[in-house]
Design a protein around this ligand. Sequence first.
Ligand SMILES: *Cc1c(COP(=O)(O)O)cnc(C)c1O
Length: 341
Amino acid sequence: MTRRVDLRSDTVTQPTPAMRAAMADAIVGDDGYGEDPTVSALEARYAQLVGKPAAVFVPSGVMANQIAVRVLTQPGDVIIAGRDQHVVSYEMGASARNSSVQFATVDDSSGSLPLDAVVERIDAEFDHQAHVSMIALENTHMPSGGTPWDVDELRRLARAIGDRPIHMDGARLFNAVIATGTPAADYTQNVTTVMTCLSKGLCAPVGSLLAGSATLMEAARVERKRLGGAMRQAGILAAAGIVALDTMIERLAEDHVRARALAELFASAFPESGYDPSSCRTNIVAFNHPQARQIIEELAARGVEGGTVAPRRVRFVTHAQISDDDVTYVAEVLASFRPSR
Ligand SMILES: *Cc1c(COP(=O)(O)O)cnc(C)c1O
């Protein structure tokens, strides 16, 4: 039997035994009436972690991003964002469909947003171009390989754009926190709204959180309902989320160490990719290769599963279900691996 090492995504993680126990024992109520104490506790815990007055529990990261867009824009507005960000490229055009907005994209191949390009687009309002109502950024930035933002760079951006809101897609915010040592609240001090997924490296089964001012989060609750995301006895899910925030953040460091080990292995197995393993700073290995889809298919046949995130770009993600033995197995597979054509 070949071993199976599932590096497709950190969304494949299973809830921990502590989460299942907390879910079984959760005190719940109808969150539609604001009566689920476990949901309220989770929202308060996240708001405190990210230093915002309020937070809202939602079913998914996409919904958190979509609600942020709804509360921070008007139809016809422009959102400046990195070309490869989730909200631009991986949400099935949801921002256009839900909020009738358009994106002005900038080059985010480094993982951050080029300040000059952002300021230039805002300045273009003077030249009869559409109103820029928000800036969206991603921390960590998935497509570039899980790149964490430098908090000083974020501060410079926030200062340069004045009072325009910034939404941080922090699906993997705590990976950035662990990788850089920057406290979550230091990052989020510079943004208007922030969202984080509980269901990725933090291993909760379902859910994401959006945080911001009390007024914005009140509006967010209305938009959540409009999008069909208001839930009832959701404390069953929130209970696992509390365990995630309380116990699963520090251990992300292990995922980062294993990702870096994999990065070294992939860099030497595919020198033609020009992949620099030192660019792997969190839990994502991503690089370009002309035979990306073939490599993914042929590695999967040997039990090493990854994915592609763009044509000719492969991605492998570490998470709590990946062990040192799995890394050793990947090393063995890669030692003799060549694409067949
Ligand atoms: C996964 C992800 C999302 C969306 O989260 P879902 O819970 O899958 O809807 C948003 N942004 C980024 C950067 C992500 O990686």
